[in-house]
Design a protein around this ligand. Structure first.
Ligand code: AMP
Ligand code: ZN
Length: 112
């Protein structure tokens, strides 16, 4: 399901450009526009879902498949020595885009 006002839905459909590093039928991985680490990628499902707290069984299956693909994608994009996966949930975490996304941070030694 698509949300017309959602930035990441627009990136997923290609109407807003992104620096893609990986794409398949159900997920897209692109470079974060304001990187917080030497390598900062965002992995998104192409279908719109908002929050980790609202994930249903079908969405959990999509997330599971995304997680199985991320190690290879990370390793091929400068995170051979490790990386951190982050999902921000809600205001206290500073979530700004309400289309579920997994931050992939690496390419350097991370402080914590
Ligand atoms: P969050 O704070 O977890 O919601 O993360 C949203 C992330 O999306 C931030 O790290 C932003 O830098 C990133 N971002 C916002 N707009 C774009 C864009 N057009 N292309 C790539 N990344 C973006
Ligand atoms: Zn969306």
């Amino acid at each position: 399901m698509k949300n017309n006002d959602c930035l990441f839905c627009k990136i997923a459909e290609g109407s807003i450009p992104s620096s893609k590093v990986y794409e398949d039928e159900e997920m897209l991985v692109f470079k974060d526009i304001e990187p917080k680490a030497a390598v900062h990628l965002l992995a998104i499902p192409k279908v719109h879902f908002k929050l980790i707290s609202e994930v249903d069984a079908n969405q959990a299956e999509i997330l599971k498949r995304m997680l199985t693909k991320i190690p290879d994608i990370a390793a091929k994009n400068g995170c051979e020595n490790g990386y951190r996966l982050v999902i921000n949930q809600g205001a206290d975490a500073g979530q700004t885009v309400f289309h579920l996304h997994i931050h992939i941070l690496g390419g350097q030694s991370l402080e914590w």
